[in-house]
Design a protein around this ligand. Structure first.
Ligand SMILES: Cc1ncc(COP(=O)(O)O)c(C=O)c1O
Length: 367
């Protein structure tokens, strides 16, 4: 019998999504649980986006604008990037896939840091290409070692800045040096899903790197800052030639009507953006203070989430917290079994997380 698929797909481990709240409550027979596991916006979706969804619902008998005219125009205006250097995706996840589908052939090679966002490796393997994962150095992406891992077969390098799951970020200087050194014929995919949360002014920003490398592709999303994860809308910008090829492969209606309308409206929702950034920053400050008092180590972040080192196996604490209705992310699938990852929630959620962690750790210590 023929092989059903190729070795790359055989090797893929299914993505472990954070448990949806209703699934958890059903399984555990509990109510009022909180989820701090998927780096979502705790305030809900942008209200201006919600209004745009309602206003545009009567257009659903029509196919979406396959050119994404209004959203791309607005992004072009806001970012100062030419219209034809912007592409939309069904979440930035789709753009990761579109990039690998457009440019990678079987036998070619990709470099990424490890641990990082799990979807890059999945898509590379699905394309039949190979991947080298370069370990982080002290929780930071090691750009020197990434350059050393480049071979003549290397086609794409994925850099996630700030990096998920560590929250650490590369500086403008570091990224400039990297782009100077990396060969011109390698595509640099710079995933900035969390860039808007960075507080350090030195953190690299794809917008200022655009003309520093001939094959740069920057990915961003409406899922986090704008609270639209369930709608699936992201965008990419970068070298014109990359966007041109990706548009050949792209499904014509990949960004749906409501997603385009909502994202366009969200870009004007300054109040919501300010409120989100304040909620996240206040939340992270509170969580740092509480963990310091508990003498629990964590990895300082430039995003809306961070890693916490747990005195016992992270997976065990994850299970115990789940029973208490607090959903966090265990890090075994990222190769960090002693850690859990949480995102900043509302203040009451953050307090409940800390109180539950105390309770669970005390219970464990007394066993
Ligand atoms: C680093 C990173 N990139 C991309 C994504 C995907 O975002 P989207 O919802 O736009 O597909 C995520 C989602 O968690 C992420 O953490």
């Amino acid at each position: 019998m023929k092989n059903l698929t190729h070795k790359g797909v055989e090797d893929i481990v299914p993505y472990p999504p954070g448990k949806p709240i209703n699934e958890l409550e059903r399984e555990m027979g509990i109510k009022d649980s909180i989820k701090l596991a998927s780096n979502e916006n705790p305030l809900g979706p942008s209200p201006m986006a919600v209004r745009a969804i309602i206003d545009n619902a009567h257009e659903l008998h029509r196919y979406p604008d396959g050119n994404g005219y209004y959203l791309r125009s607005k992004l072009s205006q806001k970012l100062g990037v030419p219209f034809d250097q912007i592409i939309l995706g069904n979440g930035s996840n789709e753009l990761i896939e579109l990039l690998t589908r457009t440019f990678l052939s079987a036998g070619e090679h990709v470099v990424q840091a490890y641990p990082t966002f799990l979807v890059y490796e999945k898509m590379v393997k699905a394309a039949g290409a190979s991947i080298t994962s370069v370990p982080l150095s002290n929780f930071r992406i090691d750009l020197r070692s990434i350059i050393k891992a480049v071979t003549p077969a290397t086609k794409i390098v994925f850099i996630n800045n700030p990096n998920n799951p560590t929250g650490s970020a590369l500086s403008n200087k570091e990224m400039n040096e990297f782009l100077r050194e990396i060969p011109d014929d390698i595509i640099v995919a710079l995933d900035e899903a969390y860039i808007e949360f960075a507080t350090d002014k030195d953190v690299a920003n794809g917008l200022s790197l655009l003309n520093k490398h001939p094959l740069l592709f920057v990915l961003r999303t409406f899922s986090k800052l704008y609270g639209l994860a369930g709608l699936r809308i992201g965008y990419g910008f970068g070298s014109k030639i990359l966007i041109e090829y990706m548009n050949r492969v792209r499904q014509p209606f990949n960004a749906n009507t409501l997603a385009q309308a909502a994202a366009t409206a969200a870009l004007d929702d300054d109040d919501f953006v300010d409120k989100t950034l304040k909620t996240v920053r206040d939340g992270i400050d509170y969580l740092y203070r509480a963990l310091n008092e508990m003498r629990i180590e964590y990895v300082p972040t430039q995003t809306n989430f961070f890693l916490i080192k747990i005195p016992q196996a992270g997976r065990r604490i994850y299970d115990l917290m789940l029973k208490e209705g607090v959903i966090v992310r265990s890090m075994d699938s990222f190769g960090l079994p002693d850690y859990i990852r949480i995102n900043a929630g509302l203040s009451g959620e953050n307090e409940r997380f800390i109180n539950t962690l105390k309770k669970v750790l005390e219970k464990q210590a007394s066993i």
